[in-house]
Ligand binder design. Structure first.
Ligand SMILES: NC(=O)c1ccc[n+]([C@@H]2O[C@H](COP(=O)([O-])OP(=O)(O)OC[C@H]3O[C@@H](n4cnc5c(N)ncnc54)[C@H](OP(=O)(O)O)[C@@H]3O)[C@@H](O)[C@H]2O)c1
Length: 261
């Protein structure tokens, strides 16, 4: 049976790898992100995919995706929340840091910078996932629907920028509450928390300094960084009938860099 899979952040990195994994199973994917050109390029690589450009940190963006799904497909079988990123790794000023909640987006006052950093990480990692979930909740296939969030090893131990780990950690109780809310409909809700993953846009144009990268890899027990495919295959398994009794869990995929708890 062809399933409909909505993947936020589906234009790059883990989201794109997930789209390819679902397409291999014959599923139809809807790739969501802010940059239409990036989504177009990704869609050309993924069979049975369509694109829906939207900024999910705004209610209007989540509504756009919900309208697209309602008009085209009616229901969603799998919802993968890969949109996210560490805004602390991005420039603290300028348009990339534009935050509508900020009184003075150009201020360099240290407290304004802290407020901007925390609210940006909250918007891109927490709010984007919550808004899209709430917009599509009633459209999830019942029974059999799947909701999958992307957290991070940073939710357990920080990453040097407390705001990113905190924004990811906020998804854990949301996922548990959602699993309780949707369980009676036969919908499962789980979280995947990767460690360091190569070949994504996560670390920006310059990437992580070599020394820091090596230190992160050295923390793993299998001496390597994760790949987008590692995470995609975990998402694919959690979305499969085989994982039907797994709900309200956080699955860590990090080469043993952090033990499960
Ligand atoms: N790479 C790692 O080491 C790592 C480790 C742990 C967890 N993670 C998490 O894994 C997820 C996937 O990241 P990745 O590694 O694949 O990095 P990535 O390549 O940067 O992917 C993030 C995607 O999210 C989209 N996005 C960001 N903000 C958005 C918004 N407001 N609305 C809609 N889409 C938005 C981006 O597209 P646009 O810019 O076009 O919107 C991009 O396609 C993220 O949640 C990240 O926090 C990554």
């Amino acid at each position: 049976m062809t399933r409909t899979v909505v993947i936020s952040g589906g234009g790059t990195g883990i989201g794109l790898a997930a789209a390819k994994a679902f397409a291999r199973d014959g599923d139809r994917t809807i790739l969501v992100g802010r940059r239409p050109d990036v989504l177009e390029r990704a869609s050309a690589e993924v069979e049975f995919s369509e694109i829906c450009p939207a900024d999910l940190s705004e209610p209007a963006g989540a509504r756009t995706v919900a309208d697209f799904v309602r008009e085209r497909f009616g229901t969603v079988d799998v919802l993968v929340h890969s949109a996210g990123g560490n805004s602390s790794l991005r420039p603290a000023t300028g348009p990339a840091a534009a935050d509508p909640d900020s009184a003075d987006p150009d201020s360099d006052d240290p407290l304004d910078l802290v407020a901007r950093d925390w609210s940006l990480n909250f918007r891109v990692n927490t709010l984007s996932s919550v808004l899209l979930t709430e917009a599509l909740c009633d459209r999830l296939a019942s029974p059999g629907g799947r909701v999958l969030f992307l957290s991070s090893i940073a939710a357990y131990r920080g990453s040097g920028a407390a705001s990113y780990g905190a924004a990811k950690a906020a998804l854990h109780p949301y996922a548990h509450d959602l699993a309780r809310r949707l369980g009676h409909r036969g919908v499962t809700v789980n979280v995947v928390a990767p460690g360091i993953v190569a070949d994504t846009e996560f670390f920006g144009d310059t990437g992580m300094p070599d020394e820091t990268w090596r230190a992160r890899v050295d923390e793993t027990l299998n001496a390597r960084a994760g790949t987008p495919g590692d995470i995609a295959e975990t998402l694919r398994w959690l979305a499969s009938p085989a994982a039907g009794h797994i709900t309200s869990q956080v699955i860590q995929v990090n080469g043993g860099a952090q033990r499960g708890n």
